[in-house]
Unconditional design. Structure first.
Lengths: 302, 134
């Protein structure tokens, strides 16, 4: 049976753990707010970009000569997976779930006979994938999201790498695997195909309703230079925006996941302390009772 | 005089959003001015200066952009730029120094991709310097 001192030590250690987890929770909460603000600030650009893309796309016919980013290389043999995780742990199942998803995707593609290479963004994903899939990792980017904010310039490094590799003809299809920020409580591992890029098709729905209205809406646009060239310039930018948004989502999701995880730990620690205190008091009482019995029976014996 | 709503957005934030009289935009095929009632237009832009004319005969506010796109309708004009900075905030001495360093790096660079990247930076820095001088 543990002594009173053992109980006291346990309670003390759990208490100090609780202090740490509750501090981490508060830090995560304030970082989460910042990350969410940043995600919101990036909204107008992404929105304007997708509006412009659909406008241009409505006027462009996709054919063989279109940009490869749109039309693909004509093959889907070699895949590049961009796996976005956090740099740090202690955030619940955030990284583990994403890596699970990535591994499932890798296995799916390899059984189909495709060649897979992986681009890791974030230390945790790289470390987990290194076990068992180290041969597939083509490149890793670490420390893009560690600091308080995600810089667009950092996201561009990833974009530039992907574009360079694509130009060099090292892969045919590129997809992005990241944690989508659904709410503070939910982050959903999501697979998003980047190359070849699927154009938004909102305008086609409109055409079914009213052909005349569509013609009126679309045709008055002037393009300078011509549509195809704008599209060619837009597509790499759009790739950059997609990646930047994935990083922002992931950064916000990481903090949210950490906040939830640390909230749970703090609560568990509290429950543990209550339980231990109860046991401690019980043991102390038993000790006192035992001493009393000893004294009384000693006195009776006299 | 009717004004046009001007918006300047970068990936990280919405930088400007206000009604203005006229905007001069550095289009890829030449500068063009936009006022209220302009025909709808989508244009790609080169690195250069966006000038905002807010009041009659006033000095324009000058903003340097590192290329981007413009989306113009009769009431709105939005400019998407990856990098934007007030011309007043550009520091020529610092830029010259940066340019020197970049040129030095370019001499040392071996890989083609590094060279291309540095070349892009150099062009951008030169554009900033000439924007300041103009």
């Amino acid at each position: 049976m543990p002594s009173l001192r053992d109980y006291r030590d346990r309670i003390k250690s759990v208490k100090s753990t609780k202090k740490i987890t509750s501090a981490m929770k508060m830090v995560a909460a304030s970082k989460l707010r910042k990350a969410q603000e940043q995600a919101e600030a990036s909204q107008p650009y992404a929105q304007a970009m997708s509006e412009m893309l659909s406008r241009v796309a409505a006027n462009v016919v996709i054919n063989e000569s279109s940009s490869k980013l749109l039309a693909g290389t004509g093959s889907d043999k070699r895949h590049l997976l961009v796996v976005v995780t956090a740099d740090r742990g202690l955030c619940g199942g955030f990284n583990a779930n994403l890596v699970k998803k990535a591994i499932a995707r890798i296995q799916e593609l390899t059984t189909e006979g495709k060649e897979v290479s992986v681009l890791c963004v974030g230390r945790k994903g790289r470390d987990s994938l290194k076990r068992g899939y180290s041969g597939l990792i083509a490149q890793s980017f670490i420390g893009l999201m560690g600091s308080s904010r995600v810089e667009y310039a950092d996201a561009s490094k990833v974009t530039d790498y992907i574009l360079d590799e694509f130009e060099a003809g090292n892969f045919d299809v590129c997809s992005l695997i990241y944690n989508e920020f659904v709410s503070v409580l939910t982050q959903k591992p999501t697979v998003n195909q980047l190359i070849p890029f699927a154009l938004p098709e909102a305008s086609e729905e409109a055409s079914e309703d009213d052909d005349d209205a569509k013609a009126e809406q679309v045709s008055p646009y002037d393009f300078e230079p011509e549509e195809e060239r704008i599209l060619e310039a837009l597509l790499p930018r759009n790739l950059g925006v997609q990646i930047f948004r994935a990083l922002l989502d992931s950064a916000a999701g990481e903090q949210a996941a950490r906040m939830t995880a640390m909230d749970n730990s703090t609560r568990n620690a509290g429950e543990m302390i209550d339980g231990l205190t109860l046991e401690y008091n019980r043991a102390r009482q038993a000790h006192i009772t035992k001493e009393l019995i000893e004294i009384i029976s000693g006195a009776e014996a006299v | 005089m009717t004004q046009i709503n001007f918006e300047l957005v970068s990936p990280e934030a919405r930088l400007v959003s206000e009604p203005v009289d006229m905007i001069i935009i550095p289009g890829e095929e030449g500068k063009f001015g936009v006022m209220a009632g302009h025909a709808s237009l989508v244009a790609s832009l080169k690195a250069g200066i966006v000038e905002l004319y807010k009041e009659k005969d006033g000095e324009p506010q000058k903003i340097f952009i590192a290329g981007g796109f413009a989306d113009v309708t009769a009431e709105n004009c939005s400019v998407l730029a990856e990098e934007a900075i007030n011309v007043a905030d550009l520091d020529p001495a610092k830029l010259e120094k940066q340019l020197k360093e970049l040129r030095h790096d370019l001499e040392l660079a071996e890989e083609a991709s590094d060279k291309a990247r540095l070349q892009r930076h150099i062009v951008m820095t030169e554009a900033k310097i000439s924007a300041k001088a103009a």
